[in-house]
Ligand binder design. Structure first.
Ligand SMILES: Cc1cc2nc3c(=O)[nH]c(=O)nc-3n(C[C@H](O)[C@H](O)[C@H](O)COP(=O)(O)O)c2cc1C
Length: 381
């Protein structure tokens, strides 16, 4: 099947599954432990039914908006994805270009393959940088300075990964960077020549933001181990103040799922928060992001901009999240499938599909503008 025949995100997923080596495809797909929260993210979205409204003049529809004051063609942003460049060589650069061409924000992960500087050099406009706080605070300060020097327009501080949730498949597949040399992995990669070619040709094969910046850690395998042991379990609200004092631009707090936390987050002066459970990859047994959203929106929606992620696979899902109080959504796996399937064109396709679905969903629910979308659009929760 060619790109032209891709009708939905699931089509892109099927192609990515064939093209991307198993260890990396599974890494993207998986949730933590028994994946209850991963499944709840999708299940709870699907249960929300929309109201079909008729005989409303919907000839003029407006999908453009602003996200933290930045113009966006859609209420959508690309979420930070670690090892994005292992789904396709130079994946971060390609995804950033696709997002910029579509007029929406791209977020580069701390755990990316291409570095902040690589992406800045290869793309035209500012992007967002996601920060993981690790124990070495000198390194964090330097990373924030690098993001500012690269003209990143927002810092996305991820607050739900002080300790790493386990994904069983990563252990079974020997998922390391670079991949563990196992006979199964080698055979698998040998049967994915387009992937192998793109990754070999790519700028880097390791964590671009860390390599060369962490003393004595030039060797990539120990670098991966270093990273896993470096996430900082002491991270707390005081650190948010410290990070805010270092970062000159807008701050987004990503990974809020509880109303009490949302109330504290709203007082930090951050420009936005992302209601998120890390795509079901951290606390297994946590509520779905969509079930947490309305309570948080009710509590703090008038004080701070609310973004949402977790399970978005269509424009209908974006509509559900907007109706329950989000101003915009982030997508993770939806664009990663596009990237693994067709590189930059696949990411562009994922954004286009979701944008068109949202447009038609607006028409069929009788909404002309994003401002009209509220709980009235929902038939049943
Ligand atoms: C493969 C993968 C890697 C991720 N890496 C990061 C990361 O480096 N930093 C981060 O804040 N979130 C990370 N996330 C979480 C996403 O930013 C986002 O919250 C999640 O993917 C949203 O759920 P969705 O994939 O169902 O859209 C990752 C998610 C996936 C699937």
């Amino acid at each position: 099947m060619t790109l032209r025949h891709m009708t939905c995100i699931e089509d892109l997923r099927q192609v990515a599954r064939r093209k991307v080596p198993r260890a990396f495809f599974d890494y993207a797909e998986a949730g933590s432990y028994s994946q209850e929260t991963l499944h709840a993210n999708r299940g709870d979205l699907e249960r929300i039914k929309l109201r079909q409204r008729v005989l409303v003049d919907v000839s003029q529809r407006e999908l453009a908006t602003t996200i933290i004051g930045e113009k966006a063609a859609l209420p959508l942003a690309l979420a930070p994805i670690g090892l994005c460049g292992m789904q396709h060589g130079d994946g971060e650069i390609l995804a950033c270009r696709a997002a910029q061409a579509a007029g929406i924000p791209f977020t580069l992960s701390t755990m990316s393959i291409c570095s902040i500087e690589d992406v800045a050099e290869a793309t035209g406009k500012p992007f967002w940088f996601q920060l993981y706080v690790i124990r070495d605070r000198g390194f964090i300060k330097a990373l924030i300075e690098r993001a500012a020097a690269a003209r990143c327009s927002a810092l996305v501080l991820t607050v739900d990964l002080q300790v790493l949730g386990q994904r069983h498949c990563d252990i079974r597949n020997g998922m390391t960077v670079p991949p563990e040399i196992r006979i199964g992995n080698v055979i698998d990669m040998a049967t994915k020549p387009a992937w192998a070619f793109s990754v070999l040709r790519g700028k880097r094969k390791t964590f671009g933001n860390l390599a060369g910046h962490v003393k004595g850690m030039e060797d990539v395998t120990s670098l991966a181990q270093w990273t896993a042991s470096q996430f900082d379990p002491t991270l707390n609200w005081k650190d948010v103040e410290w990070i805010k004092s270092l970062w000159p631009g807008k701050l987004i707090l990503k990974g809020i799922l509880d109303v009490e936390d949302a109330k504290i987050a709203a007082k930090t002066g951050a420009a936005a928060m992302v209601v998120s459970n890390h795509g079901g990859r951290q606390l297994d047994g946590a509520s779905s992001s969509i079930s947490a959203l309305p309570k948080i929106a009710d509590a703090v929606g008038s004080e701070i901009e609310i973004m949402f992620d977790g399970g978005i696979r269509s424009g209908q899902d974006v509509m559900r999240a907007l109706a329950l109080g989000a101003r915009s959504c982030m997508i993770g796996r939806s664009y990663i499938y596009g990237l693994g399937a067709y590189g930059q064109a696949g990411v562009a396709k994922a954004i286009e599909l979701i944008g068109k679905e949202l447009d038609v969903t607006m028409a069929l629910t009788g909404t002309r503008s994003l401002r009209d979308i509220d709980r009235q659009v929902i038939a049943q929760l």
